[in-house]
Design a protein around this ligand. Sequence first.
Ligand SMILES: Cc1cc2nc3c(=O)[nH]c(=O)nc-3n(C[C@H](O)[C@H](O)[C@H](O)COP(=O)(O)OP(=O)(O)OC[C@H]3O[C@@H](n4cnc5c(N)ncnc54)[C@H](O)[C@@H]3O)c2cc1C
Length: 472
Amino acid sequence: MAWRIVIAGGGFGGLYAARELERVLPPQAARITLVNDVNFMLYTPLLPGAAAGTLEPRHVVVPLREELERTELLVGGVAGADLDDRWLHVDTLEGHSERLRFDHLIVALGSVSRTLPIPGLVEHAIGFKTLAEAITLRNHLIRCLEMAESLEDPAEREKYLTFVFVGGGYAGVEGLAELQDFAADIIELYPHCRLQGTRFLLVEASDRIMREISADLADFTRRELMGRGIEFRLGTTVEEVGADHVRLATGETMPTRTVVWTAGVRPHPAVATLGLPLERGRIKVDATLKVEGRDNVWAIGDAAAVPDPAQKGRAPTPPTAQHALRQGKRVGQNVAATIGNGRVRPFTYKTLGVFVDLGRFQAVASTLGIKWRGFPAWFLARSYHLFAMPGFRRQLRLVTDWTVDLMFPRDASELAQLGHPAPLDEGELEAQSAGGTPAEDRPVPPDLRLTAEHEAVPVEGAGSPRESAAEE
Ligand SMILES: Cc1cc2nc3c(=O)[nH]c(=O)nc-3n(C[C@H](O)[C@H](O)[C@H](O)COP(=O)(O)OP(=O)(O)OC[C@H]3O[C@@H](n4cnc5c(N)ncnc54)[C@H](O)[C@@H]3O)c2cc1C
């Protein structure tokens, strides 16, 4: 009988775990199922490029069905587990609940933006973690320019031309740099806005940005961005976010209609539904990636507190793709070793380097103790991500996008309507609304709000449950 291996989450950790299992296990030995809430893996290091329009959104994702050879993909939301009886509960895309039987379960559910109880934050800010958020941000920036262009009052216009990022980790810094670069590229098309100019700010609670890299590289980054006119507010926090302003702990209030929240991550809420031991929300695992107190449940990536070999196990590994994908490979080997009565091995990877792409041929990098900055770092960063992107065709698409971006100005079309077509009978709706249909009954465009992405939502009206074991 084939072993049943279920992987919950198909991001960096889950995809690489599945690929490793396919590589090391003979085809008949195991039935591998990967559960993910979308049918692709998001290559997050390229998300800022997608937000800034240098990369096509479809070119920063990896379709899971293309990448996996004999792993079954089930698109749905992990909603809980019965660990003693070895079932994983999944709410399928189609709308019914399903139970998947497993002999080994690998949890790789990743993380979501970590929010704080700041008045107005959830209502008015946007995260920078998902493809939807990145593309919403791009469209929102263009829409702000369009609105500012139509206004006469410079004070009103300022609200639309000020963009505030909160959180100075690499995701925030890269997002800010790329978005500012994008705005600088297209502002020529907006005569009023060009005269007034845009304002980009970064707010960071600690006294320096990017703790992931050395202080001198972080300082170089800050100076580079200040040279582009980006302002920094270090050592202060956001106290309140409103529809048209943000207030800092220093008392400073900035008029703005855009607050981007990039102040850290926390494990995906679905992790808490599994009944596993947690450490600050992350699943407690040992050095072999096995969950404490369980001999057939494993956890990796942002969702797991894996003892960091670089810190002699005293702290968990940082939430990075480079750790998640290597943990995916190691867990694949360890599950295969457990099945075959082989030796499981600890996770020993120590960070080899970090790249921070700042756009405009600028980046900073630290690789194997060597520090890079400027154009060489930018070239290294792009080359690294090019080779790290799975699949030759996708690599070719990246090269094409980057080349086109070098040769032509960026596109300023605002495509927020994509995916939100007006209903077929809109004309009739309009007529009704003229006759008094309440505005709230009409379709509304997507809002700029910080959402808990992929929050496990109970499936209502679910069809009859199907149990995968029954099929076997
Ligand atoms: C903007 C940005 C830039 C980044 N840049 C870098 C970088 O340059 N280098 C680097 O090393 N790291 C980078 N990171 C961090 C990196 O993306 C994460 O550390 C990495 O993705 C973690 O991998 P993971 O497998 O744990 O989670 P993920 O890759 O997030 O995968 C989790 C998967 O689980 C799915 N999922 C979640 N909940 C459910 C559910 N209930 N049911 C089913 N499926 C579910 C998700 O949709 C996702 O596909 C960046 C992150 C961001 C946001």
